[in-house]
Design a protein around this ligand. Structure first.
Ligand code: PLP
Length: 455
């Protein structure tokens, strides 16, 4: 509390997703981070942590990559900024657009650059609405997203987000947004349901919503390939093909929010590829630059591009843009980041070490009485805590067990995330994680679970 920097922090800084009053009063642990290398960060007090969440699932190539730092510095020296309006570009932004489209699924066509995941989703909403206006169906505007989905913090993207904390006291969601059921098999409505039956239930819920509202009023379905912030939830068996069939039948666009899954987290370049999804639009951010600089993208398919092309002939220039669209510093970071991912085969490593992490976590905790489930896909892993394994009852929120487990881990030098909307200890490590580091995450998680629950 005597560190002047910590005092400035409490006096001046409104932190996201933080109890503002407790923070200002000094009741929230502060941590000023000063450095990072590989999978580790260091704080101002000299503590070193193995970061099992890669920041906010974004520092995918790991900390301290000099290649990216050099690319950013070189770009800043040469040309720190020029805009992308009315046909302007920079060598970095044009190169990055090409690199993104070379990696995106074949049916995707072009990318629009933004700064973060929220604004990239916002752009995609506007493109979908614009598209339906041009197609002469202005009533087809509603968007279905999912309970527990996370798509950002703006007014529209906060509405797409299916988490009550993002709506309460903000007069959200906006009326154009509907939320269907989360694909959370662990919380299935009936114990006896198989994954396939649960999928059929989710599909029928979606179909009923579409029928109730009228397909002619619904523009798009918005979803993360693996639901992230809502609890790190993998789709049940057969989910994506079955959902896509319904969407196609009703001429509803599929928007894949790949902000977390994009550029390798599931061991494939995109989550869509992993699950055989064929999205009409995609949202990318985080892993595009591994968070070395802010940059995001809204990718449109050939089908959407055809309408945008026609729309331009009818209406003129697109009335949508940010000063920092395709910022050259972000673009330079993106180019260096994607090169590094290829050179070091980090997508392959994410798949291999991610599978190892899940196996080891399951061995260590899969049978523990207060662990309901260990689940994972690529470099995403979740340990679901329970009060009673046989009923899958959630722990009493007042006991704050997830926060305690994560706090214990932190004391032992490893970072996991107490997922804010579930009793889940979440992992999303950098793709450069080694097996030895995965072992350390597992050992310290198991020790923390035992310390909190006993046994
Ligand atoms: N979409 C998903 C799936 C996310 O996980 C996030 C952030 O965590 C966002 C969108 C919003 O991105 P940003 O925080 O960069 O605005």
């Amino acid at each position: 509390k005597n560190d002047p920097l910590e005092q400035w922090d409490r006096e001046n800084f409104l932190h996201p997703s933080t109890h503002l009053a407790d923070f200002a009063r000094g009741n929230v642990a502060q941590r000023i981070v000063t450095g990072g290398e590989g999978s580790h960060i260091v704080d101002r007090n000299g503590n070193r942590f193995l970061d099992g969440f890669a920041g906010l699932y974004c520092v995918n190539v790991g900390y301290g990559r000099q290649e990216i730092a050099e690319a950013i510095a070189a770009q800043a020296r040469e040309l720190s900024y020029y805009h992308a309006y009315v046909g302007h570009g920079t060598e970095a932004s044009v190169t990055l657009a090409k690199m993104i489209m070379d990696r995106a699924p074949d049916h995707m066509s072009k990318v629009y650059f933004g700064l973060g995941g929220s604004d990239a989703n916002e752009t995609n909403v506007k493109l979908v609405w614009y598209m339906n206006n041009i197609l002469g169906r202005p009533e087809k505007k509603k968007i279905i997203s999912r309970k527990r989905g996370y798509h950002g913090s703006g007014l529209m993207t906060g509405s797409l987000t299916g988490l009550p904390m993002w709506h309460k006291h903000f007069d959200l969601p906006l009326p154009q947004v509907l939320h269907t059921e989360a694909p959370y098999y662990y919380q299935r409505p009936r114990e006896a349901m198989t994954e396939r039956e649960f999928t059929a239930y989710l599909v029928s819920e979606l179909e009923q919503m579409i029928e109730r509202e009228g397909a002619e009023t619904i523009a798009a379905f918005w979803a993360e390939p693996v639901l992230g912030t809502g609890g790190i939830i993998m789709p049940p068996e057969g989910y994506w093909p079955a959902i896509q069939e319904v969407l196609e039948k009703h001429d509803i666009l599929l928007v894949a929010d790949e902000v977390v899954t994009g550029f390798g987290r599931l061991g494939t370049m995109f989550g869509s590829e992993h699950y055989g999804m064929k999205p009409d639009l995609m949202t990318i951010a985080k892993g595009l630059t591994s968070a070395y600089a802010p940059l995001s993208g809204s990718i449109v398919s050939e089908k959407v591009w055809k309408v945008l092309e026609e729309a331009a002939d009818l209406t003129g220039a697109l009335g949508h843009g940010w000063t920092y669209s395709a910022h050259p510093i972000g673009a330079a970071a993106g180019v260096a980041n994607l090169r590094l991912i290829d050179e070091l085969d980090l997508v392959g490593n994410a798949g291999r070490v991610g599978a190892y992490l899940k196996t080891r976590m399951t061995e260590a905790l899969g049978d523990y009485p207060n662990v309901g489930e260990v689940r994972g896909e690529g470099m995403l892993c979740a340990v679901e805590l329970t009060a009673d394994r046989s009923t899958r009852a959630a722990p009493d929120p007042a006991d704050k067990v997830t926060a305690k487990v994560v706090g214990h881990m932190m004391q032992n030098g490893v970072i996991a995330r107490a997922m804010p909307h579930a009793e889940v200890v979440g992992f999303a490590p950098p793709f450069c994680l080694t097996e030895a580091e995965a072992d350390e995450l597992v050992e310290k998680t198991a020790a923390a679970v035992r310390a909190v629950f006993g046994g």
